[in-house]
Ligand binder design. Structure first.
Ligand code: GTP
Ligand code: MG
Length: 238
């Protein structure tokens, strides 16, 4: 395997679960129900990647492709401040793009490539990877086309990640009852394709109040078991 780098999540237990943080040259799929913390984790990673290596980052910038209009600049600034970064500078180090359709989303990955060539980018976020595909290709009759397009999209992202030593994080909402979530995991909305296209799947679920629980699925390299973290004003913490 080629040499990989890691970006700390800023949560020690989550980093341990991930073997040190999220990996470059890989697509990490964050799966979970609404409110489980997928978007919050994406925001935090876009800040963490900017930290110097001795603090868990890669001293690099991020690209953030937002499909649901849930990117919050103030939240980035809040998290940056909590990590001792200049909030305005932290925001400036994130190349933000809103994707208005699945086609647009796929074009943005092409644009991302040219940004990655010119700038020190080590993280690409696509939050959510699935939303446009799901609404544009509804129902069983469109499933094959949807999966084919989604498969290409994730393959494009993986190629980009591998070629430029960048970490890619994509999110995928699933509906599940919290109590059956881990015992009987439902197939994520992307179906088999994402399971095969993404390198790792990190599952998040809600616990009481601001506590969230994370687990990794389908990975021979990662430990079994769950870890918990909290979502606070400062961001995600142990
Ligand atoms: P969907 O996109 O709907 O699937 O959900 P998600 O998994 O992206 O959830 P998200 O990351 O948006 O998490 C939402 C939760 O994070 C909220 O329920 C809040 O508990 C918490 N949260 C979000 N912003 C803040 C904030 O500024 N301060 C604090 N303390 N908590 C926050
Ligand atoms: Mg979200």
């Amino acid at each position: 395997r080629k040499k990989i780098r890691r970006i700390s999540t800023g949560v020690r237990s989550l980093d341990e679960l991930l073997g040190g943080g999220i990996e470059t040259r890989a697509v990490t799929e964050v799966v979970g129900e609404f409110g489980s913390g997928k978007t919050q984790l994406c925001h935090q990673l876009a800040v963490m990647v900017q930290l110097p290596e001795e603090r868990g980052g890669l001293g690099a910038k991020a690209i953030y492709i937002d499909t649901e209009n849930t990117f919050r600049p103030e939240r980035i600034m809040q998290m940056a401040r909590a990590r001792g970064l200049d909030p305005d500078q932290a925001l400036n180090n994130i190349f933000y793009a809103r994707a208005y359709s699945s086609d647009h989303q796929m074009i943005l990955v092409e644009h991302a490539k040219s940004i990655v060539k010119q700038h020190n980018v080590a993280l690409i976020v696509v939050d959510s990877v699935i939303a446009h595909f799901r609404s544009e290709f509804p129902g069983r009759e469109n499933l094959a086309e949807r999966q084919q397009k989604l498969n290409k999209h994730v393959a494009d992202l993986l190629r980009l990640a591998d070629a430029y030593d960048v970490a890619v994080v994509i999110t995928n909402q699933v509906m599940a009852q919290p109590d059956v979530f881990f015992g009987n995991p439902l197939r994520p909305a992307g179906g088999n394709i994402l399971a095969h296209g993404a390198t790792y799947r990190l599952w998040l679920r809600k616990s009481k109040e601001n506590i969230r629980i994370a687990k990794i699925f389908d990975s021979p390299y990662h430990p079994e078991g769950e870890v918990s973290f909290r979502i606070t004003e400062e961001g995600l913490i142990d």
